[in-house]
Design a protein around this ligand. Structure first.
Ligand code: PHE
Length: 451
């Protein structure tokens, strides 16, 4: 029988890990969530606060997660079990992460399904089959949502079945560069179009009068979601990382890549929205507020693609939704890998059964959501807006005060021998023990209206 470490799998290379982790991070959160939040929250002012949250709160938590994963070589529940001397209380933190991940995957799969159905929508529209186009893109149609969610989950499971290096690493190594190329080419086209300049101005000129506690809370929630933190995805990915690698360096690349792709997505989506407005597509509601994010992506943008018409509309629209689909897929695989690694490590399941059963179980929840999409907002609120920051908060407390930052730094010495005396090694403990948990706590309490 294979030993537990070899049967768990490993990344083949440092680049493989970075791209897989960046693939987890880069998703609908970057290409859909970030630009629409920026547009309605003071442009570059939001960007600025977001970057602050990503680097001052997100990055230290990311290093914490990867280190816990690599030290223990386990899934989030197992990692807390090992480091917390089997105390139930500590594994409960990992279990909370696992639950959040499963629930996020359930609604994420439905939205990811829409991104695929809209590729078809663009094709049908181009072919003049407008009825079909309207039918397939009706996000209120339960059976259609269910079909696309099933397809998407099927694709996710099939990659997970391939394992860590042959499945996840291979797929993300191919998809991430593709995503970057599509993004850059589309930006090149959009910024030259009429109306795009207004969008660029709104995006790049900060309006600091819009900075409120609410905005800071959304920026922090966005940073947690976008960096895939607080639920153990990076504990899991870190558990496949070789002892040769430098953890803070790898985490820096992942954070930078995530922020860079979010920034690029802003350069694409915000000018595109204003281009749509220049063509007469309404982007504000009656009271002058920007339309809700789902409406912007799934109504405004397709209308613009239709206005463009012909082959150009098809290429532009089809490519945009294809871009969203691959970004979503590299994230769903990380969301599914967490409970799968848990079942493999803790319950001795084979990867094949774990991926099929768990993927199937999560799909069952996705199917319920497919028929009642109003559930998405509740799921987002509980598992994403509260669940992830809460998970991050508990991870900081556990690492900072129970496992201790010195032990974590000792783990980081493998691959980064001088970490203890480095600038990072001197300030990181302060961020994990004090700054990040206090900032998260304050934001959570004020977001819930408690303070
Ligand atoms: N980071 C992903 C996104 O931006 C979502 C995600 C959250 C993935 C949590 C894994 C874990 O869309």
């Amino acid at each position: 029988m294979a030993t537990s470490t070899t049967s768990r799998g490993n990344w083949n290379s440092k680049l493989g890990f970075i791209l897989a982790a960046a693939g987890s991070a880069v998703g609908l959160g970057n290409i859909w969530g970030f630009p629409t939040q920026v547009a309605s929250n003071g442009g570059a002012a939001f960007l600025f606060i977001y970057l602050l949250c990503a680097f001052a709160i997100g990055f230290p938590v990311m290093v914490a997660e990867i280190t816990m994963g690599r030290k223990t070589g386990r899934n989030p529940v197992g990692a807390f079990k090992v480091l917390g001397d089997n105390k139930l209380l500590y594994s409960a933190i990992g279990m909370w992460g696992l639950i959040c991940g499963v629930m996020i995957l359930a609604f994420y799969t439905v939205i990811a399904g829409w991104t695929v159905s809209y590729v078809f929508e663009e094709v049908f529209f181009y072919l003049g089959m407008t009825d079909w186009a309207a039918w397939i893109s009706d996000t209120g149609n339960g059976p259609i949502n269910a079909v696309f969610a099933t397809l998407f989950m099927g694709a996710t499971i099939s990659i997970i079945l391939g394992g860590v290096s042959d499945g996840i690493e291979r797929a993300t190594k191919f998809m991430m560069p593709l995503l970057l190329i599509i993004l850059v080419v589309m930006i090149g086209y959009v910024v030259l179009q009429p109306g795009a300049g207004v969008g660029l101005e709104i995006y790049l000129l900060p309006d600091f009068s819009k900075v409120t506690p609410d905005l800071i809370l959304s920026a922090m929630g966005q940073a947690f979601f976008s960096l895939s933190l607080g639920m153990g995805a990076l504990i899991t990915y870190g558990s496949y990382l070789s002892k040769k690698e430098n953890i803070p360096e790898a985490a820096t690349y992942v954070t930078l890549m995530d922020a860079f792709i979010a920034f690029l997505a802003g350069l694409l989506v915000i000018p595109t929205m204003y281009m749509a407005q220049a063509q007469g597509v309404p982007i504000f509601d009656d009271s002058g507020n920007l339309l809700a994010s789902a409406a912007l992506i799934f109504q405004v943008l397709p209308e613009l693609f239709h206005e463009m018409g012909g082959l150009l509309g098809l290429i532009f629209g089809g490519t945009f939704f294809f871009l969203l689909s691959i970004a979503a897929l590299t994230s769903t695989i990380s969301l599914l890998e967490v409970p799968v690694s848990y079942a493999i490590d803790e319950h001795d399941l084979k990867r094949k059964s774990a991926a099929t059963y768990i993927g199937g179980g999560v799909l069952a929840i996705s199917l319920i959501i497919s028929f009642d999409t109003s559930l998405i907002d509740h799921f987002v609120f509980i598992f994403n807006e509260i669940g992830l920051p809460l998970g991050g908060f508990l991870i900081c407390l556990f690492l900072g005060y129970y496992w201790k930052t010195d032990n974590a730094l000792a783990e980081m010495q493998e691959g980064y021998p001088t970490v203890m005396t480095s600038f990072f090694g001197r300030v990181w403990p302060l961020f994990v023990k004090v700054i990040a948990p206090l900032a998260i706590l304050y934001n959570l309490l004020s977001g819930l209206g408690i303070i």
